[in-house]
Design a binder for this molecule. Structure first.
Ligand code: 1HE
Length: 269
């Protein structure tokens, strides 16, 4: 077994293999509400840096216990009494982890519940699809804690809900949940109470059946292209399309369409 997917090599993450190259990655520190300490971030970097080459086709990301993630381990941070230089490096490791997730090419479906706050929201926003239930709530309590974001909220949360809503969240501690959170863009799906894991599993299972190179393009190229000018993005898209849309593995699927054996796209019931 590739060490990257060997559950015995992790302390903060529980890793479990399902069918079709689908893996469930669980933040496994429920007694601390899955607060992100240095070790958790290092383990996220290790898993997501090696996932694709280890054959991972999709990841369902969740938290153990009642909450997805309480954000930065405030107790560790307080005890360490870090210098500015030290904390800048902590933030850079967070960026390393979350960039590996967003740009790594492996689809990540987050099954959210309870608190998704501070760095927990930064982590969730590095996933490609977020599923919530009515009890899931989002907040940026940094303003109240006397600190600031450091794991990409200024980029990804602003991107999801707009700059001024993100500023309001961190300034006032505003909490979003339920359908309103979906309507604003914090999540793409809402389920019945307690249903986020099952829905995320259904989606992850579906996504794992796409061709890996196609998923790689979807889960890296779109983010990269969003950082480019329109002209450069169009050029890059043509390039990626040239490679992905001519992959030998796609021919079977294209042939099935041509032969009328492939499923057609239909409206929802
Ligand atoms: C923690 C943390 C944490 C819980 N760091 N230990 N994040 C926050 O400001 C959120 C802080 N946490 C909370 O508001 C609440 O804990 C929860 C809403 C998430 C959950 O409430 P509850 O009542 O279920 O749990 P609790 O009793 O508050 O906490 C249970 C334990 O988890 C307790 O430890 P214990 O040893 O006393 O049992 C808590 O100390 C521990 N715990 N959250 C450390 N965050 C790169 S910059 C990112 C900046 C941020 O992320 S700021 C946002 C920080």
């Amino acid at each position: 077994m590739n060490d990257v997917v060997n559950p015995d090599t992790y302390e903060r993450l529980a890793i479990s293999a399902r069918d079709n190259g689908l893996y469930v990655v669980t933040l496994n520190r429920p007694d601390k509400r899955n607060a992100l300490d240095v070790l958790t971030i290092e383990e996220l970097i290790r898993f997501f840096s090696g996932a694709r080459m280890a054959g991972v086709r999709a990841v369902l990301l969740e938290g153990a216990g009642d909450h997805f993630c309480a954000g930065l381990d405030l107790v560790e941070h307080w005890k360490a009494d870090r210098s500015a230089d030290d904390f800048m490096h902590v933030c850079l490791r967070w960026h390393e982890a979350f960039n590996k997730m967003e740009y790594g090419g492996v689809p990540i479906i987050a099954a959210l519940k309870g608190a998704v706050v501070g760095g927990g929201l930064e982590l969730a926003s590095a996933a490609h699809v977020r599923v919530i239930d009515p009890g899931t709530y989002f907040a940026l309590p940094e303003g109240q804690r006397g600190i600031f974001t450091g794991g990409g909220a200024t980029i990804r949360v602003s991107d999801m809900i707009g700059k001024y809503r993100m500023i309001d969240m961190i300034l006032t501690g505003r909490v979003y949940q339920g359908q309103e959170a979906v309507d604003l863009g914090l999540a793409q799906y809402i389920t019945e109470p307690g249903g986020s894991f099952d829905k995320a599993m259904e989606l992850a299972d579906k996504v794992a059946q796409n061709l890996p190179l196609t998923n790689f393009a979807i889960c890296s190229a779109v983010s990269h292209m969003n950082n480019m000018s329109g002209m450069d993005a169009a050029y890059a898209e043509a390039f990626v399309g040239g490679i992905v849309n001519t992959q030998p593995a796609a021919r079977e699927r294209l042939e099935a369409f041509a032969n009328k054996t492939a499923a057609r796209v239909r409206p929802n019931d």
